[in-house]
Ligand binder design. Structure first.
Ligand SMILES: Cc1cc2nc3c(=O)[nH]c(=O)nc-3n(C[C@H](O)[C@H](O)[C@H](O)COP(=O)(O)OP(=O)(O)OC[C@H]3O[C@@H](n4cnc5c(N)ncnc54)[C@H](O)[C@@H]3O)c2cc1C
Length: 378
């Protein structure tokens, strides 16, 4: 039976980063992925992911984000790939909205460079936008987007160069503690053992770490792409920021500039459509496209030309929408990394570093108490 110091289940955005950081620390590690590299069946696909620092969700995330930016820049240099594009970002809504007030709090608490723009400033600066009279926007220059598939491949390449083994088309059927570590059974019956196991299984976490009894829900979310209707040049990445828009009566809308070969992408954050792996509907209904078009027309009407495509993706949501990162409540040789609740991608690089610290040194170099799995143990 093959033995390792560590084994990682899942090589999506998180698992590929964890594998790379463990290998770079000299750990003898294997990564096990049921599908292929950078596949489109989990949560780490879709051409782009927003990254931002003035974090409306909670100021405690900001130190992690500042480190994530350093690590993404490092990975970009190391891989020679274009991974992170700083376009600037707008957090838009009424002054008291969650997005604006939360982003402002984080920016002020951590001294982040930002501007607060009135609706008239917004219209002047971004002529294709239609803010409502009472809306304001926090603008941060450092915000932008990551190319998720390229990031996964860059982490995998780094991992293998640093000595890791990455196995694709390899599903982990089950695992159990052995007292000295963990034994895993793979599809086809092969068994391997490892001193420590990291479960970074995305929407499959509830199934793969069943006995952690984590209150996770799988939420179906849809991404949409359009060809701009007019003024295409004004949606280019050097002129148009990523944005989050919070408006009464509609789910939060977020979107991206017009990217070469992609068009303009926009989507609702948190559809509240809960499902499970077996029943996930991967087809997109015309009504869903129409609802998104309607919201986008009320914000950037010239963005909404021909519909190009839509794609389904899964959030794994915790009740407090904070992540789950830490030791398994009842299995000391197992580390969990999941429950990223639709906002985890920007953190992949720093979560790779944090989990590698947990595995190799017994402690994360970054504050991750907010994400302790034990918070759900009653
Ligand atoms: C539509 C959408 C938009 C998003 N937008 C943003 C954004 O703009 N900014 C942002 O920061 N975040 C965003 N997110 C969140 C972010 O993409 C996720 O938090 C992140 O991708 C989670 O990565 P993961 O590695 O946990 O999951 P995944 O990428 O799904 O990886 C889990 C992997 O585990 C594998 N696996 C599971 N079980 C097994 C098994 N038994 N054996 C072997 N392999 C297994 C799966 O095949 C999969 O590859 C978005 C998410 C979605 C769905």
């Amino acid at each position: 039976m093959r033995s390792y110091e560590a084994a990682v289940i899942g090589l999506g955005g998180m698992g590929s980063a964890i594998l790379a950081h463990l290998a770079a620390r000299g750990t003898h590690v294997v990564g096990l992925e049921q599908y292929g590299p950078a596949h489109a069946l989990g949560a780490s696909h879709g051409g782009s992911r927003i990254i931002r620092q003035a974090y409306y969700e909670h100021p405690a995330y900001v130190p992690l984000l500042l480190r994530a930016y350093e690590l993404w820049d490092e990975l970009q240099r190391r891989s020679g790939e274009h991974l992170l594009l700083r376009t600037g970002g707008l957090m838009v809504g009424a002054p008291e909205s969650k997005v604006v007030s939360g982003a402002l709090r984080s920016a002020r608490e951590h001294g982040l460079v930002h501007q607060l723009l009135e609706a008239s400033d917004l219209r002047r600066r971004f002529s294709v936008l239609r803010p409502l009279q009472h809306e304001v926007a926090l603008y941060e220059e450092q915000a932008g987007l990551l190319f998720p598939e390229a990031c996964v491949l860059a982490h995998l390449r780094w991992a293998v160069e640093a000595g890791a083994e990455a196995r694709f088309g390899t599903q982990v059927r089950s695992w159990w503690e052995t007292g000295r570590g963990v034994e895993l059974e793979l599809a086809g019956g092969e068994r391997i053992q490892a001193e420590q196991l990291i479960v970074a299984a995305g929407a499959w976490l509830g199934k793969t770490a069943r006995d952690a009894a984590l209150p996770l829900r799988v939420e179906r979310n849809v991404l949409h792409w359009f060809e701009p209707l007019a003024h295409r040049e004004d949606f280019a990445a050097d002129r148009f920021p990523v944005y989050l828009l919070e408006r009464e009566g509609t789910p939060m809308l977020y979107g991206f500039p017009d990217l070469p070969g992609q068009g303009i992408k926009a989507a609702f954050h948190h559809s509240q459509e809960y499902t499970d792996l077996e029943h996930l509907a991967r087809d997109v209904a015309a009504e869903e496209i129409a609802a998104l078009k309607h919201a986008l027309e009320g914000w950037a009407p010239d963005a909404v030309g021909r519909h190009l495509r839509s794609s389904v993706c899964m959030y794994t949501v915790t009740p407090d929408e904070h992540f789950v990162i830490g030791r398994h409540p009842t299995h000391p040789h197992v580390v969990l990394a999941g429950g990223f609740s639709g906002h985890g991608y920007k953190f992949c690089a720093v979560i790779g570093e944090a989990v590698a610290g947990l595995v190799v040194d017994g402690a994360s170099p970054h504050a991750i108490d907010l994400f302790a799995p034990q918070r759900f143990v009653s």
